[in-house]
Write a protein that binds this ligand. Structure first.
Ligand code: PGA
Length: 263
């Protein structure tokens, strides 16, 4: 009932021709109909990637947005600008923005509300640092990020939001959370959605896992009941590895039994 979503976060990578070639390769690739696919290039290449993927199932997202609609905000990009170039999604609160650039939950909350008001889908990232996990504080941290980022967001709007659980220690490190570790936090996040909103909301919201997802670990992660897809960094930069993850996100068809010996 929750459609899988595989999202590629290209971060500050690729040049124009590589970004266009990757988008074209993904647009032409055959992937299961039941999986939604999203790519999030640098803002500089949104227009070019939008054109390269147009007419395909590949949706376009930005890696961040500003909450004001226009004006004197040097260096920032508005939701209208993102819609204008064909974006349907915006990643918000990525750990690199939280921990490297220093974005607090209050700012993420304003951006998330502006994103929803513009009819775009936020992909809200939450996740703990290694020392927080080791101190047994994973759910305290994730709950505080959830509450801070979603403060004042209605039930109808949270149902349109995608949440991505990304343990910071697993991002770009090659150290993936085990399917059990990821499932535990995803289940707790769903419980939190039920507590703060209601069960129907908890059943509706897609929760992606992110952190060193690769074609060879995607199927195990995706087979967990509360993992509805992936937010992929490094492995989203090549057509083969990203489509490998997309294909692994749905159960493979049962092997054909026509060669079974007659009894
Ligand atoms: P990674 O990045 O797949 O390279 O670990 C994930 C992310 O930061 O969204």
């Amino acid at each position: 009932m929750r459609r899988p979503l595989i999202a590629g976060n290209w971060k500050m990578n690729l040049n124009r021709s590589d970004a266009v070639a990757l988008a074209k390769g993904l647009a032409d690739a055959s992937t299961p109909d039941e999986v939604d696919v999203l790519v999030c290039p640098s803002n500089v290449y949104l227009d070019a990637v939008s054109a390269a993927a147009s007419g395909s199932k590949v949706a376009l997202g930005a890696q961040d947005v500003y909450f004001e609609s226009n004006g004197a905000f040097t260096g920032e990009t508005s939701t209208d600008m993102l819609s204008d170039v064909g974006c349907s999604h915006v990643i918000l609160g990525h750990s690199e923005r939280r921990n490297v650039i220093g974005e607090p939950d209050e700012l993420i909350n304003k951006k998330l509300k502006a994103t929803l008001a513009a009819g775009l889908t936020p992909v809200l990232c939450v996740g703990e640092l290694l020392e927080e996990r080791e101190a047994g504080k994973t759910m305290d941290v994730v709950t505080a990020q959830f509450d801070g980022s979603l403060a004042g967001v209605s039930e109808a709007d949270v149902q349109k939001t995608v949440i991505a659980y990304e343990p910071v220690w697993a991002i770009g490190t090659g150290k993936t959370a085990t399917p059990e570790q990821a499932q535990e936090v995803h289940a707790d996040l769903r419980k939190l959605l039920a507590e703060r909103y209601n069960q129907q909301t908890a059943d509706t919201v897609r929760i992606l896992y992110g952190g060193s997802v690769k074609p060879d670990n995607a199927a195990m992660l995706m087979s967990q009941p509360d993992i509805d897809g992936a937010l992929v960094g490094g492995a989203s930069l090549k057509v083969d590895s990203f489509t490998g993850i997309i294909n692994a996100s749905v159960p493979q068809a049962a092997p054909c039994s026509i060669n079974k010996p007659r009894s």
